[in-house]
Structures are given as C-alpha cells and as structure tokens.
Design a protein around this ligand. Structure first.
Ligand SMILES: [Zn+2]
Length: 266
C-alpha cells in the first residue's frame, strides 16, 4: 500500500465547543506522528476579517432548509441571515438550529487555508460546532454527518452528538417520557453510558479518533476501517462510536497500527 508522507498538520478552531480541548488533541497527534509538526491555528476567520462579509454571504447561502431537497447555493441570501453569519464568524453567537451542506461548507473552509500551505504534505483539520449534512442519492435526502474528509477535513462536535443514532431504547423511552411529561434530563442521565451528549467530558477523547480518520484519509486515501474496535470505524450508532473510541481496549487495529509505525521507519 502506498502511504503518503505528512510534513505538517494544522488544526483550526472554527468555534468548536469549549469542552473540546484542541491543545490536547494536537498533543495526541504529535505523539502519534512523532517528528511531524502539529500546529494549532485558532479561529481561521481571524486572519481574513476584511473578507468576512464575503464569507458570511457564502455561509448564509449553503443552509439546508428541507432535508429532502438538494440545495444549490442561494445567490441572494437574506440580509438577516448574512448578519447572523457575520456575528457567528466573530464568535459572537453560536450556530444552533442551522444545518449546512457539508461539501459546500468544506469548500468555504478551503478558502481559509493559506495559499502557501495548500500543498502536498500538509494536513488541515477544522473543528467546528456547525452541524452539517450530506446528500445521499440512494434515498434522496440529507443525512447529518460527524465529518467530511479532504482539504480541509472538517469534524463537527455537534455532528458527533446528532449524527450517529442513539440506542433504540432511548427513542422508545423518550416517547414515554414525553407522554408523561417527565424531564428528559433524567433519561439522558440514565442512558449516559450509551451516547455522547453536548458538553460531554468524553468529547476530546472521541474527537482524537476522528482526527486520526482525517490523517488516514490523507495517508492512504481511506479514513475508515471495518474493525469495530479500531478508531477508524465508521460508526452509525452512538454505541458503536463509544466502543470504537473508548471501549475496545485498543486504539488502532493491527493493519492501521502498522501503517502508523511505517511512518517512523519501524
Ligand atoms: Zn483499523
């Protein structure tokens, strides 16, 4: 298998939640990659504030309004929506309740990568709390996603909570709770072990695995693994996600561990 060489990894904080310790994730990548430089860049919009009206317009134009209709970027987004995006870029508001087209969002973010750093050997990873979805031809609708990989790779902390399905029991009991008017917090507390929630203290550990997926996408062209205990497992259920990232007792399967070792000339 052909394995590409990584020279530098750049991680960006595009408004990820506060519980996400990006410094710790960068440290983890450094430990795994040994000689490779890993840099934390902070808010990627901060270097291009003069262009923020333009980015705000682009972001406002790629929102999904109807999950069953594939969007084309809106040429004339509403004034209020552009203003909202301007505030969001400056970190003055949180992006809740908005869903973006994942590949269009990746395209906007790619413009934030400095031209001289858009080269071979550089891996760019954006952490965001924006929720995004990608269009699936098979059932002709959008599906929420945890991540999209490419230049840059984008990992959504909101997506990690919302995209993989919670255990079936959660949905059943939730219905009962709602009917009885009981507090959903109690239910969340009860099933805490089986899904990741907002402000979850396990989030940083989980995201390390998604950062590894971004690295493997660059290294071998495929971010995923079939082994359910490998951090590269493409989890569709929260319980699978928790097992792959926290519960399996190992980080990478034999094959992926060997690829990583091969980088250090072992
Ligand atoms: Zn694997």
């Amino acid at each position: 298998m052909k394995v590409r060489r990584i020279e530098k990894v750049l991680v960006y904080d595009e408004g990820a939640v506060e519980t996400l310790d990006i410094g710790e994730i960068a440290g983890y990548l450094r430990e795994k990659l040994k000689k490779v430089q890993v840099k934390v860049r902070g808010n990627p919009f901060a270097f291009r504030l003069e262009k923020s009206p333009d980015y705000a317009r682009k972001l406002a134009s790629i929102k999904i309004r109807d999950a069953s209709r594939k969007i084309a970027p809106e040429p004339e987004p509403l004034y209020g929506e552009v203003q909202y995006e301007k505030r969001r870029i400056l970190g003055k508001t949180k992006a809740f309740g908005v869903v973006y087209d994942g590949f269009q969002l990746q395209r906007v973010f790619s413009e934030l990568v400095a031209r001289e750093e858009r080269c071979l050997g550089f891996v760019h990873i954006f952490f965001t709390n924006r929720l995004f979805a990608t269009w699936e031809e098979s059932d002709k609708r959008y599906h929420a996603r945890t991540s999209v990989y490419g230049v840059p790779s984008v990992i959504s902390t909101t997506g990690l909570v919302e995209a993989p399905a919670k255990p079936r029991e959660y949905y059943l009991v939730k219905q009962q709770y709602e009917m009885l008017g009981k507090d959903l917090l109690e239910l969340k507390e009860r099933l805490k072990a089986s899904f990741i929630d907002y402000e979850d203290e396990r989030l940083t550990e989980v995201v390390k695995g998604y950062a590894m997926q971004a690295l493997f996408y660059y290294l071998v062209g495929d971010p995923f693994c079939k082994d359910k205990g490998c951090r590269l497992y493409n989890a569709h259920w929260q319980e699978e996600l928790i097992f792959a990232q926290l519960g399996s007792g190992y980080e990478l399967c034999g094959q992926h561990a060997r690829i990583l070792d091969s980088l250090h000339g072992k």
